[in-house]
Design a protein around this ligand. Sequence first.
Ligand SMILES: *[C@@H]1O[C@H](CO)[C@@H](O)[C@H](O)[C@H]1NC(C)=O
Length: 362
Amino acid sequence: MEALLPTLVMSLLLSASIVTSTETRKPVLYVFGDSLSDVGNNNYLIFSLAKSDYPWYGIDYYGGIPTGRFTNGRTIGDIIAAKLGIPSPPPYLSLSEYDDAMLKGVNYASGGAGILNETGIYFIEKLSFDDQIGCYEETKEAITLKLGRVASEKLSNEAIFLVGLGSNDYINNFLRPFLADGHIYTLEQFEDLLMNTLGGQLTRLYFAGARKVIFHGLSPMGCIPSQRAISGNGQCLDYVNDYVMRFNKRVKYLLSVLNSRLPGAQMTFADCYDSVLDLINRPEIYGFKISHTSCCNVDTTVGGLCLPNSNLCSNRAEYVFWDAYHPTDAANEVLANILFADPEIAKVHPALGRNASPPSPR
Ligand SMILES: *[C@@H]1O[C@H](CO)[C@@H](O)[C@H](O)[C@H]1NC(C)=O
């Protein structure tokens, strides 16, 4: 018995140090968002109309098959995970509560989702940001059952929370003339509603253990093919870009307020507006040829997604946009590189910024 005790203590110490060292080397990644980061959750929502489980989605993904990603290849979350040296977090709805995969990361993103519940209402079913946070709370409970409260809290505190939401609150809500929000609210009132809601949501995430939050700011949405089609002359919609800049500025301020109020919070704004605008204005600098229209020939009057009978461009890597809303795999790689080159983001976690490479040339 006397001889056994030191051995037991030794092996306990040993296993504890193994756990710590793997944690510092391999970050845990939780992804929240919309169709820009959905990796298959909506495939599990029977009534959802926001789906991409058909060709030619996924044509450049492993195996060339549709997975529920709204692009020809990888989402930005996939590429960030690869740069962090971890597997791409699986869709939440693909996991059982016993699945150990959740210890490495989970993706809660859902096509059509917004900050507001009512955003994307016509997609019938999707996980709004509130729903996604509820799913994360379930994950946290399941991890607590596996590891105990202290280890579970530590895992959450050290994990990277990548949040990318807001596009749909404009494109599939405020800017839609047949929906209520654009009529009942002025722009400023709508922004107040978004900020109050987002502030509450990020605070809820904080109390569920989130500390290292990266909020992926909005891109110049006025220049995506669906918005250029609305302009009638193929130009960017400047007022939409103005809305985006106002939104980004207010989110940045909101995060600074949350950081000052919530001890230990490290919420960071990933600003990609100028870089993406540059990519759209000067695609050739980044190895692209076309940025004003999409690779997949889409009909924006019937939704703007790439349908099985659509024609594809011959070189998908030369296009910034895949369909009327979503970047190509090649453009997502540039976006991920921009994020990794941001010194503010590198401060959030030592693994971020480690594999930064300059955004040009590919
Ligand atoms: C949004 O939905 C969530 C549950 O999905 C609910 O808890 C929340 O109260 C709703 N928010 C509003 C403003 O209705």
